[in-house]
Design a protein around this ligand. Structure first.
Ligand code: ATP
Ligand code: F6P
Ligand code: MG
Length: 360
């Protein structure tokens, strides 16, 4: 009888809701159906870099209760590119071979990498270099991975942003204010567009559609003429300033992140229209919390499909969700092109048809 396989699973990039559902389903399928061993690798590729590799055996008993938990039981990282790893002495080293060696040290036959565009690019490069058997699962609240309608984490983030708008309606109306909600999304406007429509925003600003201050102020005026004394604006974090720059915040360690466009717009809007403005930056709230049922369903389907790809010997593939089907595409194809909002998307058309201002 052939020796049972031993596979590894890791989560990489920004955490999000639904990662544990993928891990759980993969263990159910691998152990329950195929009788394989599953090793959970801690802190993404960092776990494979450590000696001994930082990993823990995962069993059905262990993963059974994690379905409803946010985040990832394995930990993750979105820092420290293994090909240019920042060392304590300030130098930068290529530590890719250590990760490849870690894979072999754990005796893995294959690896499931759950990650966004950045992680999948790194993992694929490692797999090509080390001839590793990699299968990818797309996750990111940004929904910017190509070839799949949905990535794990997006639905929950949209629900949270929608609920934030629901709450802002009342306080905005009570004070006759322009309320601005800044949401995440990296260079894509998917969260802002989806939550904006679902949460009844009057103005939706996304990086894919350039805006003018005049058109936002005109919308505020139109609303007032129609007897609506408040305005809800949702803005994606990568929307640019009038000068065409993205707003960044930098911490004491010199690390920069997107953020600040909400406050920038609030000042400009109140200056230009006289309206009173307030800003809510939703931040990491969008990444936390209980995974939605959609997340758990697609996460479960992805976990099973990833294990089945390994059983079929189909590597260098990423599972996808398209038209209610789980399929797979070469990872290279999925990450070849950044997936921003298509300006001909049905939701863009819907927003326009409802008179929602998209800033143009
Ligand atoms: N294993 C890793 N080690 C170090 N850095 C990583 C690793 N994986 C991803 N990164 C970095 O993290 C960033 C984003 O990763 P990825 O796109 O996979 O995640 P995401 O869910 O889209 O969320 P975020 O982009 O915030 O991490 C990229 O800049 C990438 O280079
Ligand atoms: O967790 P960090 O490092 O602050 O990263 C924040 C970024 O990660 C994401 O949440 C997911 O990619 C982005 O939307 C956001 O710009
Ligand atoms: Mg990403």
């Amino acid at each position: 009888m052939a020796k049972p396989k031993r596979i590894g699973i890791l989560t990489s990039g920004g955490d999000c809701a639904g990662l544990n559902a993928v891990i759980r389903a993969a263990v159910y399928r691998a152990q329950g159906t195929y009788g394989w061993e599953v090793m959970g690798i801690r802190q993404a590729t960092h776990g494979l870099m450590m000696r001994p590799p930082s990993a823990t055996p995962l069993t059905i008993e262990k993963v059974d209760p994690i379905l409803t938990a946010g985040g990832t039981i394995l930990g993750t990282t979105n820092k420290g590119d293994p090909f240019a790893f920042p060392m304590a002495d300030g130098s930068v080293q290529d530590r890719s071979q250590e990760i490849i060696d870690g894979y072999h040290e754990l005796g893995l036959d294959a690896l499931i990498g759950i990650g966004g565009d950045g992680s999948l690019a790194i993992l694929r490069r490692l797999a090509v270099q080390g001839n590793l058997n990699l299968v990818g699962v797309p996750k990111t609240i940004d929904n910017d991975v190509g070839s799949t309608d949905l990535s794990i984490g997006f639905d929950t983030a949209v629900n949270i942003a929608t609920e934030a708008l629901d709450r802002l309606h009342f306080t905005a109306a009570s004070h006759s204010r322009v309320m601005i909600l800044e949401v995440m999304g990296r260079d894509a406007g998917h969260i802002a567009l989806h939550a904006g429509i679902a949460g009844g925003a009057d103005v939706i600003l996304i990086p894919e559609i350039p805006y003018s201050l005049d058109s936002i102020c005109q919308k505020i005026e139109d609303l007032q003429e129609q007897g609506k004394n408040y305005c809800l604006v949702i803005v994606a974090e990568a929307v640019r300033t009038g000068a065409g720059e993205t707003m960044m915040t930098t911490n004491q360690l010199g690390q920069s992140r997107l953020g600040g466009i909400g406050h920038y717009l609030a000042d400009r809007i109140s200056e230009a229209s006289g309206a009173e403005t307030r800003v809510t930056v939703l931040g990491h709230i969008q990444r936390g919390g209980t995974p939605s049922s959609v997340e758990r369903l697609i996460g479960s389907a992805f976990g099973v499909a990833a294990v089945d790809l390994i059983a079929d010997g189909k590597f260098d593939q990423m599972v996808t969700w398209r038209n209610r089907h789980v399929e797979s595409v070469p990872i290279a194809e999925a990450i070849a092109q950044y997936k921003g909002v298509d300006t001909n998307d049905i939701l863009v058309k819907t927003a326009r048809s409802m008179g929602i201002c998209l800033g143009d």
